[in-house]
Write a protein that binds this ligand. Structure first.
Ligand SMILES: Nc1ncnc2c1ncn2[C@@H]1O[C@H](COP(=O)(O)OP(=O)(O)OP(=O)(O)O)[C@@H](O)[C@H]1O
Ligand SMILES: [Mg+2]
Length: 254
């Protein structure tokens, strides 16, 4: 695997830090708290999975930690930069250059080719893609030869590989993925999760996924459990069985 991050400057060991992050939504005359004073650090070069029951705040966590949405209180620090006080324009620019996203539905632009979709974050940022880096990345996600295809001509697994390459092209501080394998069969899902593992182990990338699937979470170094907007413990390099048991426990307490 080529060293894609070899040209980047040294970075701090914490990729993402949340300090007492709260997110509330208006709920009729009341307020609903989706994230309740969450404090958490995510180390650079780690693979983290977030699990929890529906409505526990997983997507809200991802949206706040990635700067897609602003927290109601507290601080979100990505790559040493505090997002809390940024203007919307500055936040958009920062996200484009420092954060990668992968979603369940791939979110590819249908009239752009595979190559154009992967280069999109660089095009939007007005940077020139480094050809070697682009070629290495396309090869490492297994898309060589498919560069000129349109998204409509790809399988689900191939489309998700494009989304992952697009998320990695800027060598971001962190890649966030919300249910990245939710639409894939088990074999294809394993390949995609293996790709995330490789990005972490061989490229030193930092990956955070949200998943309902204990099999998917078992690919991570660290599995965090969310319930009612708070983290309730974590497991390190757990087995599928250990994750399933913890989820059952978590279900009992809510
Ligand atoms: N835009 C919003 N307006 C109001 N309430 C919201 C909004 N987004 C989320 N919520 C509420 O915040 C809580 C957490 O939602 P969130 O989408 O983060 O859950 P989740 O863990 O991702 O669930 P799922 O597994 O179903 O995707 C829920 O009670 C939800 O109804
Ligand atoms: Mg969700």
């Amino acid at each position: 695997m080529p060293q894609l991050s070899a040209l980047s400057p040294p970075r701090t060991t914490t990729a993402v830090h949340l300090e007492r992050v709260t997110k509330s939504y208006p709920d009729g005359p009341n307020t609903a708290t989706a994230l309740d004073a969450v404090t958490l650090s995510i180390e650079r070069g780690s693979f983290t999975a977030i699990m929890g029951p529906s409505g526990s705040g997983k997507s809200t966590f991802l949206n706040c930690a990635s700067g897609l949405d602003l927290a109601s209180g507290g601080h979100v620090v990505v790559g040493g930069v505090d997002l809390s006080s940024m203007s919307p324009d500055a936040l958009t620019r920062f996200r484009r250059e420092h954060v990668g996203f992968v979603f369940q539905g791939y979110n590819l632009i249908s009239h752009l080719t595979v190559a154009e979709n992967i280069r999109l974050p660089l095009t939007l940022a007005g940077s020139r893609p480094v050809e070697n880096r682009f070629r290495d990345l396309v090869a490492s996600v297994g898309l060589t030869g498919l560069e000129e295809r349109l998204p409509g001509e790809l399988s689900g697994g191939q489309a998700q590989r494009v989304a992952i390459a697009r998320a990695l092209i800027t060598d971001p501080d962190v890649v966030f993925a919300d249910e990245p394998t939710g639409a894939l069969d088990a074999t294809t899902a394993d390949q995609i999760l293996g790709l995330f593992r490789t990005a972490v182990q061989e490229l030193g990338q930092t990956v955070v996924i949200v998943t309902h699937d204990p099999r998917a979470a078992a690919f991570a170094d660290r599995v965090l459990f969310l319930a009612d907007g708070r983290f309730h413990g974590e497991l390190h390099s757990p087995s599928v069985e250990a994750i399933s048991a913890r989820l059952i426990e978590l279900g009992r307490r809510s």
